[in-house]
Ligand binder design. Structure first.
Ligand code: KIV
Ligand code: ZN
Length: 507
């Protein structure tokens, strides 16, 4: 009998815990909207008690993303639960996700609690959460290393207390598919009231088995999986959403007809967006969304694919939203053609947004012979900033030679004045950044700086991503793509500084 599998997306919570992956509010809202379009069932939008920023983003997503359930994570203490509720209560469909570890290792070393104490905390937490919302998820952290009898007693008690979903994570990615199948099956069979809850899993990828373990859990009776776009997450990451969804779709019989509600054509746009806003590149040979996932190099393969795609392809690139026609508009293309192309790529823009994208597209098309889908995607994703810009880059020139120091001369306009300055550095970009530092009084440290070519080739757009942190550790990112990487670097740096200045002006 076929069964519906709920996709619980935790890109914005566990995914954001990937080292270096933090996103700002605007980026999180864009990701949440894209996940809604993708058709996930639940978005775990953050961990509201962990910071004011997390609280605000969960709350804003709850207020603005309507067609999907919004969950907030919390530990079992009441302050955490209340804070989670304060953030998710704005969503039409909300959920509180509370968790505590059940393995003896975590109890003894981390929580310093007895089994009885943890049992009581779990039950009390679920009751408290249930007093706020109908949809309460309880997770036994480190479930796969917990004592089976003890963990089952906790599971039974939380279901009695009102848990809607019981999640059994492989927190440290230690399980393997055969034992994990038995593990999930045993819990479902052993817990007398298991038919009153949805069973879920959440697998980490430390041994590269996150997806395999999630699929084993589905086979064993779980009807919810927790996963992330591109598999990002703590350490080696979480099970990747796109791999689970496409495995179910490509081999339904192997999973007894299990299916999801995901609109698979939105997988690739989601992957690109998450990669862009987190700065975490997708490995080229990554299944489903990697650059090489549908590429054929060997002549014998190319010949086969030309004769019949099925010889070497088990899925259609288009079914995951990879546009077949990579080559697109040129400098003579008009706004209508641009709009049609963007719609085919999944972007529906307002007239004002389209106009802004059109101007950038024309500028690029004038300089570059071919404008690819990736170029357009970059322009769209960078174009819709709602920040008020304190600094605008008016002019930049650079002199450099094989001996001596590169010198940058920069002119910025602020709301009240024009500033001109120059400075030297040990390299061209160092000179640019140091000069901008002299011209802007904001206090911050550079956390990350990354340059990537958008389409490959020397005439490719260079995409620069800069991350800065203020004195409280708040992160601000700036992304800019230009044919000239010095220009892109200066613009990305200024975007990040503008965001920081904007945040300061709001406090
Ligand atoms: O990995 C884990 O166990 C978690 C829980 C909070 C669900 O992320
Ligand atoms: Zn996790």
């Amino acid at each position: 009998m076929s069964k519906r599998i709920y996709i619980f997306d935790t890109t914005l919570r566990d995914g954001e815990q990937s080292p270096g992956a933090s996103m700002n509010l605007e980026e999180k809202i864009r990701v949440a909207r894209q996940l809604e379009k993708l058709g996930v069932d639940i978005i775990e939008a953050g961990f509201p008690i962990s910071s004011v920023g997390d609280f605000e983003s969960v709350k804003t997503i709850a207020q603005s993303v309507n067609n999907v359930r919004i969950a907030g994570l919390c530990r079992t203490n009441f302050e955490d639960i209340d804070r989670a509720w304060e953030a998710v209560k704005y969503a039409k469909n909300n959920a509180i996700h509370t968790f505590i570890a059940t393995s003896d290792l975590h109890l003894e070393k981390k929580l310093k609690k007895t089994r009885e104490e943890v049992y009581d905390m779990a039950v009390a937490a679920v009751k408290r959460a249930k007093s706020y919302t109908d949809w309460v998820e309880f997770s036994c952290e480190d479930a796969s290393r917990s004592d089976m009898d003890y963990m089952c007693s906790v599971v039974e008690a939380v279901i009695d207390a009102g848990a809607t979903v019981v999640n059994l994570p492989d927190t440290v990615g230690y399980a393997e598919p055969f034992e994990f199948y038995e593990f999930i099956k045993t819990v479902i069979n052993k817990v007398p009231n298991s038919d009153k809850a949805i069973f879920s899993t959440h697998c980490h990828n430390d041994l590269g088995l996150g997806v395999a373990n999630s699929l084993a859990a589905i086979k064993a009776g779980a009807t919810q999986v927790e996963c992330t776009i591109n598999g990002i997450g703590e350490r080696a990451g979480n099970a990747s959403l796109e791999e689970i969804v496409m495995a179910l779709r490509t081999k339904p019989k192997a999973f007894d007809g299990a299916y999801t509600n995901v609109n698979t054509k939105e997988i690739y746009p989601s992957s690109r967006l998450v990669s862009k806003v987190t700065g975490l590149a997708v490995q080229v040979n990554k299944a489903i969304v990697g650059q090489n996932a549908f590429a054929h190099e060997a002549g014998i393969h190319q010949h086969g694919v030309l004769a019949d795609k099925r010889t070497y392809e088990i899925m259609d690139a288009e079914s995951v939203g990879i546009p077949e026609n990579k080559l697109i508009l040129g400098k003579h293309s008009g706004k209508h053609a641009l709009r049609d192309k963007l719609i085919s790529m999944g972007f529906e823009l307002t007239d004002t947004e389209l106009q802004a994208v059109f101007i950038k597209f024309k500028e690029l098309a004038d300089k570059k012979k071919i404008v690819y889908d990736e170029d357009l995607e970059t322009i769209v994703n960078e174009g819709n900033s709602s920040y008020y810009d304190k600094y605008t880059l008016d002019h930049i020139s650079l002199s450099t030679s094989s001996d001596g120091y590169p010198t940058a001369t920069i002119k910025l306009t602020t709301t009240t004045s024009e500033i001109l300055d120059s400075g030297i550095g040990i390299g061209s970009l160092d000179a640019v950044f140091k000069t901008i530092n002299k011209m802007t009084p904001e206090d911050f440290t550079l956390e990350d700086f990354n340059i990537k070519s958008v389409t490959g080739g020397t005439d490719s757009l260079g995409m620069v991503r800069v991350k800065i942190a203020d004195e409280k550790g708040n992160i601000f990112t700036g992304v800019s793509s230009e044919l000239d990487i010095v220009m892109a670097s200066a613009k990305a740096y200024l975007k990040a500084i503008n965001k920081l200045a904007y945040a300061k002006s709001k406090n």
